[in-house]
Design a protein around this ligand. Structure first.
Ligand code: 5GP
Length: 128
């Protein structure tokens, strides 16, 4: 079964498209975190960003960079922030978030862990 984003790309579900090339599609998030919140999606379905074939991954990042430049120039914002989550829609997408100040992205006190983990132990665990 095709993902909701494949249905959007196919025109079966409406969206507000902002950019497209032969392999990628960019449209406004239906539930924006900031003004101009955009999702950049590969037309080919992949579930998890870091499982993508290297060439597809690199092409997606380059597409996101193009869309970020477009957003920055047209919306005249200071920075376009980015993140990848994917828990809601298992079709890889890069969130692009136009911002002018940190608070546009996350309100003070709402971002970050309440209890700081042991950073030395964590780094040692990751290094193996
Ligand atoms: P994630 O999978 O990264 O956690 O979040 C998926 C994102 O897709 C959410 O920000 C959500 O608002 C957006 N989204 C989900 N369904 C639709 C849709 O039908 N249209 C649009 N434009 N955005 C959607």
């Amino acid at each position: 079964m095709s993902s909701i984003f494949s249905k959007i790309i196919a025109g079966e579900i409406p969206c507000h498209k902002v950019w497209e090339d032969d392999k990628h599609f960019a449209f406004l998030d239906i539930n924006p975190w900031t003004e101009g919140h955009t999702l950049v999606v590969p037309k080919k379905e992949h579930d998890y960003l870091f499982d993508m074939p290297e060439a597809d991954y690199a092409a997606l990042q380059l597409a996101a960079r193009k869309v970020a430049a477009l957003l920055k120039s047209k919306l005249n914002c200071k920075r376009v922030c980015t993140c990848v989550i994917g828990y809601e829609v298992p079709h890889v997408h890069i969130h692009l978030l136009p911002t002018n100040v940190m608070q546009d992205f996350a309100k003070p006190g709402t971002f970050g862990m309440k209890v700081k983990p042991d950073l030395a132990a964590l780094a040692a665990k990751i290094r193996g």
